[in-house]
Write a new protein. Structure first.
Length: 282
């Protein structure tokens, strides 16, 4: 990927981070840490990889995206709004009682959402079902899903891992957001899923290691997944919880805490400065 395009994507990703924080701040609740850590990934997938159409969100041959860690939907809402699925100003209604943008994605109310998620482990299972349906129906769409590393503690994840391998779902790519932290702290101390790569390999998956904040790394991982036949691919992407907001980075406390006004303004200021620096490079 050329430098200009990587810079453009980085600008969009930081705008997605701003949208996510704006929604969470206005809601006075939400999950900023994991939303910020997947912002680069959702930006890359929706801007460079997935076949989707905001004017026809339910087109049958679209690629599917399942956010299994549904609590980080502020980032998903951010990129969907950027793509034009719904007005960006609606982000401010996040988690309001009369809003269609709730704290977990709702496929029945939000344009562009392919699966309602929230209870961890269930989203990835649904993604496997979508991938198998595509195979049975002879459809060419691909399914992409995002798991949290803390979510790997759910037994249902590994049932799905066995299922996807058994049915040779090479149209399924799962990204593990490996930021090392969950709501109760360090994943190694809570219930270690490591080594994540070896576990997926033992279930018969193709495994790729990637940097969640490097577009070249993400591009390489997706290309490998598309070229892999006969087995699903798990991309274990090392990420930073709270990425690009200095006081949120690598802090488990920001898993599910909303910033106050001072913190929100500081975070937006930092992101605006990063965007300004990136724009100067183009």
């Amino acid at each position: 990927m050329d430098v200009k395009r990587k810079t453009e994507l980085a600008i969009i990703a930081n705008k997605v981070r701003k949208s996510a924080l704006t929604g969470i701040y206005n809601a006075k609740s939400g999950h900023p840490g994991g939303s910020l850590s997947i912002a680069d990934l959702v930006t890359y997938l929706y801007m460079e990889v997935m076949r989707v159409n905001p004017e026809n969100p339910n087109m049958p041959d679209r690629d599917r995206f399942v956010l299994s860690k549904g609590h980080t939907c502020p980032a998903l809402y951010g990129i969907l709004a950027y793509k034009g699925f719904f007005p960006e100003e609606d982000i401010k209604t996040l988690r309001k009682a009369d809003s269609y943008l709730q704290g977990h994605p709702d496929m029945n109310k939000v344009p562009g959402i392919d699966m309602s998620t929230g209870s961890l482990g269930q989203g990835i299972s649904a993604a496997g079902g979508m991938a198998l349906a595509a195979k049975l129906d002879g459809k060419g769409f691909r399914v992409y899903a995002v798991l949290g590393d803390g979510e790997l503690e759910e037994g249902q994840v590994w049932e799905q891992a066995m299922f996807a391998s058994h049915y040779k779902l090479d149209n399924l790519t799962v990204f593990v957001d490996n930021n090392g932290l969950q709501i109760d702290g360090d994943i190694d101390e809570v219930m270690s899923p490591n080594p994540i790569d070896k576990k997926f390999e033992s279930f018969g998956w193709n495994v790729v290691l990637a940097d969640a904040h490097d577009f070249d790394s993400l591009e390489k991982a997706v290309k490998i997944a598309k070229n892999t036949k006969g087995k699903p691919t798990a991309v274990i992407m090392k990420s930073v919880k709270g990425k690009n907001v200095s006081f949120m980075e690598n802090q488990a406390g920001w898993h599910g805490s909303a910033p106050n006004e001072e913190q929100y303004r500081e975070a937006i200021s930092e992101l605006d400065e990063k965007i300004k620096e990136l724009e100067a490079m183009i």
